[in-house]
Design a protein around this ligand. Structure first.
Ligand SMILES: Cc1cc2nc3c(=O)[nH]c(=O)nc-3n(C[C@H](O)[C@H](O)[C@H](O)COP(=O)(O)O)c2cc1C
Length: 219
């Protein structure tokens, strides 16, 4: 038996969507990962279903269809609740300050919180697109705790040097920069100092979305 060739789960990612405003970040993340050929495992919190109803015409079922696998937030027996289930890591997009707090404390009381805790304990990549403003000292302390545990706080803060022409470009830039942290190049936003990529819908352009080698991921 070749003990060095077992799969490391690089083709697989956990996507958490919590109830902060900005459900579009989660939806776009799922679209880009599908285009990149990454197998996605989705858990949406109960509150995310509520924000979805306010912020999008999509139904919960339609968002779930963007993922390869989806789980109920109560299903703490799902594969992503176990450290033996290998993945490239987990992104929470958007991440509410409640989910941030649960992850900082390690409550493991929902599947989203448990999967994030598992990601940290396995010393795997965890990226939280925390969305709240202004921030309390508690929020900041929770961000510090997650960072000390190896997680990455990546709030969806737009860049303006790219001169975005609309919300979609702003969303693509934030999602693209967050996925950079997993070594996944969405090719959906312009990079400073590099030629602009042609405008495209990542969801319909799987062949042009490049996934960097797993070796590019530093965890
Ligand atoms: C329309 C709407 C927008 C919200 N925006 C935010 C937000 O930006 N950040 C945040 O932390 N919570 C926000 N909340 C509150 C969360 O949904 C709420 O705290 C919830 O308990 C989070 O639970 P979850 O982390 O399990 O999804 C919002 C709620 C609603 C209904």
């Amino acid at each position: 038996m070749n003990h060095t060739s077992y799969p490391r789960g690089a083709h697989r990612m956990v996507v958490g969507i919590s109830g902060a405003t900005g459900i579009a970040y989660g939806i776009r993340t799922l679209q880009v990962l599908r285009a990149a050929g990454i197998e996605t495992h989705l858990v949406m919190s109960r509150s995310a279903r509520l924000t979805l109803s306010y912020e999008s015409d999509l139904t919960t079922a339609q968002v779930q269809e963007l993922a390869d696998f989806h789980y109920s937030p109560e299903d703490v027996g799902a594969p992503i609740a176990s450290g033996s289930f290998r993945t490239r890591g987990m992104i929470v997009a958007p991440c509410s300050v409640k989910s941030l707090a649960q992850i900082a404390v390690g409550t493991c009381d929902t599947l989203l919180a448990r999967a994030a805790d598992v990601t940290l304990k396995e010393r795997n990549r965890l990226v939280l697109m925390v969305r709240e403003t202004p921030l309390t000292l508690t929020h900041l302390r929770n961000m510090t705790t997650v960072t000390e545990n190896g997680g990455i706080i990546a709030p969806p803060v737009p860049a303006f040097y790219t001169r975005p022409e609309g919300l979609e470009e702003v969303i693509d830039q934030s999602v693209g920069r967050a996925l950079d942290l997993f070594g996944i190049d969405s090719e959906t936003f312009p990079r400073w100092g590099e030629p602009a990529v042609p405008a495209q819908d990542a969801a319909s352009a799987p062949t042009t979305t490049r996934v960097l080698a797993q070796s590019a991921v530093h965890v």
